[in-house]
Design a protein around this ligand. Structure first.
Ligand code: NAI
Length: 248
């Protein structure tokens, strides 16, 4: 077998949350190209249906903050071989002025949502004795960004990284690997406001050794690696893809 075959996903079903656009869409596209049957599960059916059609994927509406919906989707699909928890949001409010709803909204999508989906699909994976979960965490789970304030986001992503380790330890002996990627600044609708704010943009570029943002397609190969048999001995890992940001 060629080493390249380890990256193939033929015959596997991958569910990618938050994949109607941005990083998630490129992940879905990459996994489909590697041979997987892909289901995009997203809050936004307007964009999601077209996105799915464009890459030969299926679309399922899903709000990851709803644990019952995650359980129902996993049951409807009969589980999955690969789950990518990618849905995420950010709120840029100074910590001391953070409205309750902002804190809760970020935690519900970025951390609770990851757990609900891991639990729902993890049950099926454990029952079949194999599976691979990859979550989109962030370098914000390792460092605290500036100049923009985003305490809830940073805390939620640190939570994803540690949840990854916790689930990896629990499920390793039962054939289920759990990893995450930790991207740096990536050009998507999520970072649009920041790029339009000169002070933020300047700092982001200055503090990234490579001096630029990532394209969403530059995150997808890291997810493919972790999702595939190429990473058969890798679990509990946070793979940083940040143009060197966390070096400084
Ligand atoms: P985006 O805003 O372009 O896309 C997010 C997607 O998630 C959208 O399709 C949206 O409809 C979906 N979504 C939001 N809430 C949802 C919910 N409750 N249930 C289901 N789907 C939901 O964002 P982007 O930039 O593509 O981010 C994707 C992931 O990457 C997020 O977890 C984000 O935190 C993470 N990330 C992004 C970075 C960046 O610089 N853009 C850097 C590091 C991590």
């Amino acid at each position: 077998m060629s080493i390249l075959d380890l990256f193939r996903l033929d015959g596997r079903h991958a569910v990618v949350t938050g994949a109607a656009q941005g990083i998630g869409f490129e992940i879905a596209r990459g996994l489909a190209e590697a041979g997987a049957r892909v289901t995009i599960a997203d809050l936004n059916p307007d964009v999601g249906h077209d996105a799915a059609r464009s890459i030969g994927a299926a679309f399922e509406p899903l709000n990851v903050t709803d644990p019952a919906a995650a359980t129902a989707l996993a049951a409807k699909l009969g589980g999955a071989d690969i789950l990518v928890n990618n849905a995420g949001i950010v709120r840029n409010t100074p910590a001391e002025d953070t409205p309750d709803d902002d804190w809760t909204a970020v935690m519900r999508v970025n951390l609770d949502g990851v757990f609900w989906c891991c639990r729902a699909f993890g049950q099926h994976m454990l029952a079949q004795g194999r599976g691979s979960i990859v979550s989109t965490a962030s370098m914000s789970g390792l460092i605290s960004n500036h100049p923009q304030p985003q305490a809830a986001y940073n805390a939620s992503k640190a939570g994803v990284i540690h949840l990854t380790r916790s689930l990896a330890g629990e499920w390793a002996s039962r054939g289920v690997r759990v990893n995450c990627v930790a991207p740096g600044y990536t050009a998507t609708p999520l970072t649009k406001r920041g790029l339009e704010t000169p002070e933020w943009r300047e700092t982001w570029l200055k503090e990234t050794p490579m001096g630029r943002l990532a394209e969403p397609a530059e995150i997808a190969p890291a997810v493919l690696y972790l999702a595939s048999d190429a990473a058969s001995f890798v679990t509990g890992h946070a793979l940083v893809v940040d143009g060197g940001y966390t070096c400084w």
